[in-house]
Structure formats: C-alpha cells, structure tokens
Write a protein that binds this ligand. Structure first.
Ligand SMILES: Cc1cc2nc3c(=O)[nH]c(=O)nc-3n(C[C@H](O)[C@H](O)[C@H](O)COP(=O)(O)OP(=O)(O)OC[C@H]3O[C@@H](n4cnc5c(N)ncnc54)[C@H](O)[C@@H]3O)c2cc1C
Length: 518
C-alpha cells in the first residue's frame, strides 16, 4: 500500500511527488508514456513556481534550466509599447515574475527531484485503467499486463484528457476558443530579450518568447481559411517569421504545431480519496502564461496538506480546503487569460486602433504609465477562504520573501530560515511567550523578525532565530502585526496573526477551519 498514487508524470504530478517525497510520504507515480514529455509547451514559470523550487532545495540545479526573466511587454499595431508586466524591485516573493524555461528540461528537473527521494517510485509505461471503490487502482502496463496499486489517496495529474477525471465521472465546464494558433519553436535564434513580447497587430496577432540557449517560441493566430496542413509547412513558417527571423531554415524548426486553446474548469476537483490537479482540473489559454504555473500551485497547495494528514498532524478535513483555495484562483486566471487575449490579440482594426490610442494617451500621464508598466499577470496570491483565520490584513496572503540579515551578518532568503514546514514569525517588539503544545505538535519553527533598522542579536532569543528584513518587504506587509505572531504554512501562505494573549482563541478558530487540535 502506498500513501499517495500520482497519475501522470507531467510537471504537476512530478511537483506534487517531489513535495510529498521531501516530506517523507510513500508515493508512487505512474506515467503512461515511456519517458517524460520532451516537446516544448510552457515557456516560462512565475515567481511562485521558482519559490517552490527553492522550497524543494532545487535553486542550484534549476539555474541552467530556469532563467531569471523580467516580464512581458505588450506592443500595439504599429509596434509601439502599450503596457508591460515587469518584476518590481525588490521582487515580492524573492524571484522574478516570469522566468523562461525549456519545458522538457524543466520536467526532467522535477523528475530527478521526485525520483531522487527515497519514498518516491516513478513507473513509466504504466497507465491508469480503473479506480476501484475499495482503494485500489487498476494500472495497465506497456507489455499489456495489468496490476493493482493500493493507495490511500489518488492525485489525477494526467493532463487535459485526464483518465482520472473520466473515471471519477467529473465533467468539464467552459468552452474551447474558436481560433487556432500556430506554434513554432526555433533554435539558433538571435532573440536575447529576457521578456516575452506580445504583438497586437490586428492583421496577425503574435507572440515571441525567447527561452534560453538560442531557443525562441513564436505563436501566430491563424486567419480564417488557413488550414492545419498548410500552416504546418515550412514555407508557411518561413513567411510568418520573416520579420523576426529572416534566416530561418528547416533545421531551425524544433517544432511546428497547430493548437486550439481552452477555457475549461472541472466541475469538482475531488471525489472521495481522489483529487484533480493541473490541466486535469483546469485549462486556460496561454496569454497570461499561467497554465503550467496553476498546476504547480495546485501541487504546492495539496501535497503538504496530504503530508500533514499522513503524519497525523492535521485532520483529513483539511483536504477540502484544497479546492476552496485553488478553484477561485484558477477560475479567475481563466477569465484573465481569455480577456487579455481578447484585448491584446484582437483582429478588429477599429478595436486595435482604439486600444493603441487610449494606451498612448495614458502613457503621457506618469501615474497611469506606471500602472500600465506594472500590469498584474495573475490575481493576487491570496486565499479568501480555506485554511485561513481571517482578521489580520496579511491573513490568507502569500508571505513576501525578502532577503534577511542573520545574527552573523550573512544575508539569507527568508524561506531558507523559515524551513520547509510551519513557521511562527514573531514580529518585534515581542510581547510574551506562547504556551500551547499545539505548535510543537505541528513542528512549527520559530523565527523572530525585526522590521527596524538594527542588527539582530548575536544569539537566538528564547530558542528563536532572529532576523532583520533587509529588503523592507515585510515592513509594509506586517505593519499591523508588530508584537504579534504570524503563522506561516509550508506553502508560504499566512494562516493569520495573533497577539500572544489571544493564542487560545486563535487556535480554536484555526481548528474550526482545519488547523491542529488546540
Ligand atoms: C502551446 C502551449 C504553450 C503553453 N505555454 C505556457 C506558458 O508559457 N506558461 C504556462 O504556465 N503554461 C503554458 N502552457 C500550459 C502548460 O503546458 C500545461 O498547463 C502543463 O503542461 C500542464 O501540466 P500537467 O502536468 O498538469 O499536464 P501534462 O503536462 O499534460 O502531463 C500529464 C501527464 O499525464 C500522463 N497521462 C495521461 N493519461 C495518463 C494515464 N491514464 N495514466 C498515466 N499517465 C497518464 C501524460 O502522458 C502526461 O505525461 C502552454 C500550453 C501549450 C499547449
């Protein structure tokens, strides 16, 4: 019996398995194909995804695969800059907003991270064929044989055509977009920009994304009458890329495919012991670059909760907060992606003209220009419901990640100090000590943070590491929490904050929402 069966070794399944493995949970991953997919799909990951890699201890291994980018720029019909999503300085979560990746290399990085954990087994050439009511999964091997895997939990991470979803009888709601797109990945490409470029030319909306090592993604909207057979010919690619890549030769084309994008959400993400994650639960057009990222957020959200249940630290009821927290975000992300596609990628000349004229007027006014240059690509990382104790303004939000000054004067990333599990962040000036054994029961690490401009004391205070916020990111986020304890989850979302004298009340309220027994 394995604790968790992960169906699908795409980025979502492998990220979930890596988190479970790092937390020591027995996990089996089955993948239908003989190896992980190597074809390029996603071309970037966001700041939260890189924060997850940091959590997994992959910061160094990821360096050749995940390049720090700067964001996205949106251009109008005449090629003038309309707007941008640029990483603020310092970056709120410690990493750039958008980071180019090679999808295949990124998936392999996650495979190595998962398979390298003692408690994780990855089996290729094993396809989910059935789910039995008694906890078993029927798995078809590549040699035609069938075997049974017993698991307490099943994570359906098997992509848009998810067999898990079908076996659970869960429907998809939404629609597929009418317009097909041609995707061309080219190598030996001269583009060196660290940002994605969306060109809102109504005659042929297109996207250009350099993603490292001379690789570049080109996406072109196909016009009525342009059939797939023609669009996948080299001559067609040569004509469309001429303005960007006049020297294109057939050997430069790594991949050329026609895609139709979807705006779909599974009607429920859980049935009994089985959950849906990633593309199995939601699919969105790539105009905000959040498809893969959303799957990684699902994995980061659910995997540690499963580990907490398996370790006996939280009740199984906490698992219901997975959908409560992730579904609204995914639904909003689908809307944002569709809307952004409609504005930036319109084929209406009138609408494009109006869009460009409005942007140029706004760009002459400094505060509006600043807003246009810092367009959000995604909804704020904040849960309104779920494993959260409302009250403090920071409750439900992802904790910013500044660099911090340690007692010996070294700089470190905050998350590396918080550790991989729960953390209690006492915001100076501290008032009183905590009494409940609940904190030790969930293994919460204690860190004290000063928002002031002083050096930390050279020894721990009451067993807690003391750090100073070097980048000033916590000063604003925790301004209302001076003298309070901020409870940080393993996925870096904040449960809530409380004054030490309100400890019992806080624990009672948290328990009602899935927290540990007070
Ligand atoms: C052209 C394009 C561009 C994109 N650009 C971006 C981008 O810039 N940023 C971004 O964030 N996202 C982007 N995406 C979306 C992103 O690629 C997907 O959201 C992401 O790959 C989903 O990952 P997943 O692990 O959930 O599913 P998948 O990657 O589809 O993996 C599912 C795995 O499950 C396996 N499987 C299927 N059925 C079974 C079964 N019965 N048993 C066992 N295994 C099974 C499959 O073989 C596969 O390996 C893009 C997508 C496309 C098509």
């Amino acid at each position: 019996m394995t604790a968790v069966l992960v169906v699908g070794a795409g980025p979502t399944g492998l990220a979930a398995a890596s988190v479970l493995g790092r937390l020591g949970i027995e996990t089996t991953v089955i993948e239908r194909d003989p190896d992980v997919a190597s074809e390029p799909r996603a071309v970037s990951i966001d700041d939260e995804a890189v924060r997850l890699l940091q959590w997994l201890g992959l910061a160094d291994d990821a360096a050749p695969v995940v390049r720090p980018g700067t964001g996205t720029r949106y251009y109008g019909a005449s090629g003038r800059l309309l707007a941008a999503s640029v990483t603020p300085v310092p970056p709120p979560f410690g990493h750039p907003l958008k980071n180019p990746i090679d999808h295949g290399a990124f998936t392999r990085l996650l495979l190595d991270a998962a398979a390298g954990q003692r408690s994780v087994t990855v089996r290729f050439g094993h396809e989910l064929a059935g789910l039995d009511d008694d906890g078993g999964a029927r798995v078809r091997r590549a040699d035609g044989g069938e075997e049974r895997v017993d698991a307490r939990w099943v994570l359906g991470c098997d992509g848009g055509r998810s067999a898990t979803r079908k076996l659970l009888g869960i429907d998809l709601a939404g629609r597929s977009l009418a317009e097909p797109w041609l995707i061309v990945d080219a190598c030996e490409d001269p583009h060196v920009e660290r940002h994605a470029m969306h060109h809102g030319d109504p005659a042929r909306p297109h996207v250009v994304v350099p993603y490292g090592s001379g690789l570049c993604r080109y996406e072109f909207l196909l016009l009525p009458g342009e059939e797939e057979a023609t669009a996948t010919s080299f001559e067609f690619a040569r004509r469309l890329l001429a303005a960007h890549r006049p020297d294109l030769r057939p050997e430069h084309v790594v991949r050329q495919r026609v895609y139709v994008f979807h705006a779909l959400l599974a009607t429920t993400w859980r049935r009994g012991r089985a959950f849906l994650l990633g593309d199995a639960a939601h699919m969105m057009p790539p105009f905000a670059g959040q498809g893969l990222n959303s799957g990684l957020k699902d994995a980061a959200n659910l995997a540690w909760k499963l580990a907490a249940v398996e370790r006996g630290e939280l009740d199984a009821g906490v698992l219901d907060t997975y959908e409560l927290e992730r579904r609204p975000h995914a639904a909003e992300m689908i809307e944002i992606s569709v809307r952004r596609g409609r504005v930036v990628m319109t084929t209406s000349r009138t609408r494009a003209r109006a869009r460009d004229a409005a942007a140029q007027v706004a760009r002459r006014i400094a505060p509006l220009r600043r807003r246009l240059d810092t367009l959000p690509v995604k909804p704020p990382a904040r849960h309104r419901d779920g494993l959260v104790v409302p009250g403090a303004p920071i409750a439900g939000a992802m904790l910013p990640q500044p660099r911090v000054v340690l007692a010996d004067g070294r700089l470190a990333m905050l998350d590396d100090v918080l550790g991989p599990w729960f953390a209690l962040l006492a915001v100076e000036p501290s008032r009183g000590e905590l009494r409940s054994p609940a904190w030790a029961a969930i293994g919460a690490r204690r860190v004290r943070v000063s928002l002031d401009e002083r050096f930390p004391p050279t020894t721990a205070v009451n067993d807690a590491t003391v750090v100073i916020d070097a980048d000033g990111l916590l000063r604003e986020a925790l301004a209302d929490c001076r003298g309070q304890i901020v409870v940080v989850r393993p996925d870096r979302f904040v449960v809530g904050a409380f004054a030490p004298e309100a400890e019992d009340d806080f624990l009672r309220r948290w328990h009602r929402r899935g927290g540990p027994a007070p």
